[in-house]
Design a protein around this ligand. Structure first.
Ligand code: ADP
Length: 453
């Protein structure tokens, strides 16, 4: 689309004060200025200070000097409100100090021009530091500075009037004391504020930790599902076998029962036994897989390694049966460890599936799982006679998402997650190459505390 010269918009059509202009859109008004509570209060006080000139008139009649002092004071406050930048701590501190000095000096001037020691305002000297603490509670500086200035101011006024030293000291003492009380109140206020901020921070930290825990649980779950996915093909094959012979047996039984010359009772009973064994096999496979895909929140318990390794090996055999010979040597008398059995079995399953992947297509492939007690620890070794770990792979094995298997087959989470789980149970998981060739994963777990000693 082209624009005729008369319809073309120029920069001048959208001067800055009309807001930003984006091609194809209506002008966007500039963001409205937002005043902070402190800025609003300063502006309000500025107006109040000026309007209190009416009190000066009531006290001493029209006074140009009093008006001039109030004008300087009010303008100073308004200017401070405009220049205040709450984001910068040093800016706020500077304005607090300036306001405190301005208020104290203006007040001293006001007392001076409205009658000195006899002024109606004279008795408000001790109040000024306290008022400044209310306005600037974040900083003890306002009270201290005002205390010093008002203390010197009140003492000078009394001294000039020729009042006795005791009276001078009394007034200066009262002003300084109220300033100290104000500074103390301000520090208490800051402590409460700090405690509240820490509380907020702690709440945010706890929420972040909860979110982390939830995503960690999800990660664990997807890793489990990934392991199950890798096994799926073998599982289908494993279930198809018994299902096929259950079907064949049922055909045979149907045929025999309907036949005029049925097979002997022993033959029929044998066919029933085989069929039941097939169904039992399918049930076992399904039960094992269901156990691994659960997301139960479990507490570590006394855990017999022979059972855990047995569970993992039963499922891993689905993967390994056409790839390698699996040998398990876990003495029944091995002391128990403190762990979550299902999680520990998941770790072993990961290691066994990895061994199966490494051994794929190799003649004479073997996987050996052994368990031994070494002092107060139980050591499980998962070894294979595959290619082992290349030197560039070995240091990165436990990195999350590190895989050499390609995105279709590997997630690179198995070993990282396994180590994390083992460490949760106070154990360690390390990888090494065997001297005779092949990989070795060494899993160490502390013996269950009740079985030590
Ligand atoms: P993934 O199996 O998804 O690749 P893992 O964290 O389980 O993720 O394994 C990371 C890498 O460690 C594998 O990609 C593989 O290169 C290597 N690995 C693990 N176990 C063995 C083993 N038994 N033999 C050789 N290499 C292995």
């Amino acid at each position: 689309m082209t624009l005729s010269p008369s319809s073309r918009a120029t920069v001048r059509d959208f001067p800055p004060e009309r807001g930003l202009w984006v091609a194809g859109s209506a002008p966007v008004p500039p963001p409205a200025r937002r005043w902070s509570a402190r800025q609003k209060m300063l502006l309000l006080l500025s107006a109040g200070t000026l309007s209190q000139y009416s009190l000066d008139v009531l006290a001493v009649g029209l006074s140009g000097r009093a008006l001039a002092i109030r004008l300087v004071w009010a303008v100073g406050m308004a200017a401070s409100a405009l220049r205040l930048d709450e984001q910068s701590a040093s800016n706020v501190r500077l304005h607090t100090a300036l306001q405190s000095a301005l208020a104290s000096l203006s007040f001293i001037g006001l007392v001076l021009v409205t009658g000195g020691v006899g002024s109606v305002y004279f008795h408000f000297f001790p109040c000024l530091p306290l008022l400044l603490c209310l306005i600037y509670p974040q900083d003890s500086l306002s009270a201290s500075l005002s205390g010093v200035l008002c203390g010197v101011g009140v003492a000078s006024l009394l001294w000039v009037e020729g009042r006795p030293v005791s009276e001078v000291l009394l007034w200066a003492g009262v002003v300084v004391t109220t300033a100290l009380i104000g500074a103390y109140g301000a520090s208490q206020f800051r402590q409460v504020q700090r405690a509240e901020a820490e509380g907020r921070l702690e709440r945010a930290r706890r929420e972040a930790l909860e979110t982390l825990a939830i995503s960690e649980r999800r990660r664990l779950h997807s890793e489990k599902l990934a392991t199950i996915g890798q096994l799926a093909a073998s599982v289908v094959h494993e279930i198809n076998n018994p299902v096929a012979f259950i079907g064949a047996n049922l055909d045979y039984l149907e045929h025999e029962v309907l036949s005029e010359t049925p097979a002997s009772r022993e033959e029929l009973a044998e066919a029933f036994r085989e069929t039941r064994a097939g169904i039992e096999r399918v049930r076992q496979i399904v039960a094992d897989l269901r156990g691994f895909s659960r997301m139960d929140e479990e507490e570590p318990t006394e855990c017999a390694l022979a059972d855990v390794v047995g569970d993992a090996a039963r499922i891993a055999r689905l993967r390994l049966q056409h790839v390698a010979r699996l040998e398990v040597d876990i003495p029944a008398e091995l002391p128990p460890v403190l762990a979550i059995p299902r999680r520990l079995a998941q770790v072993l399953l990961n290691l066994l599936v990895n061994a199966g992947d490494a051994l794929e297509g190799r003649a004479g492939a073997e996987v050996l799982v052994t368990g031994r007690q070494e002092g107060a620890r139980v050591v499980l070794r998962v070894e294979d006679n595959g290619p082992g770990f290349p030197p560039q792979v070995l240091p990165r094995l436990f990195e999350t998402f590190f895989t050499t298997k390609g995105p279709e087959k590997g997630t690179g989470l198995g070993l990282a997650l396994s180590r994390e789980l083992v460490e949760q149970f106070g154990g360690t998981l390390v990888a090494e190459n065997r001297a005779e060739g092949g990989a070795r994963l060494r899993l160490e777990l502390p013996v269950h505390p009740r079985r030590i000693g």
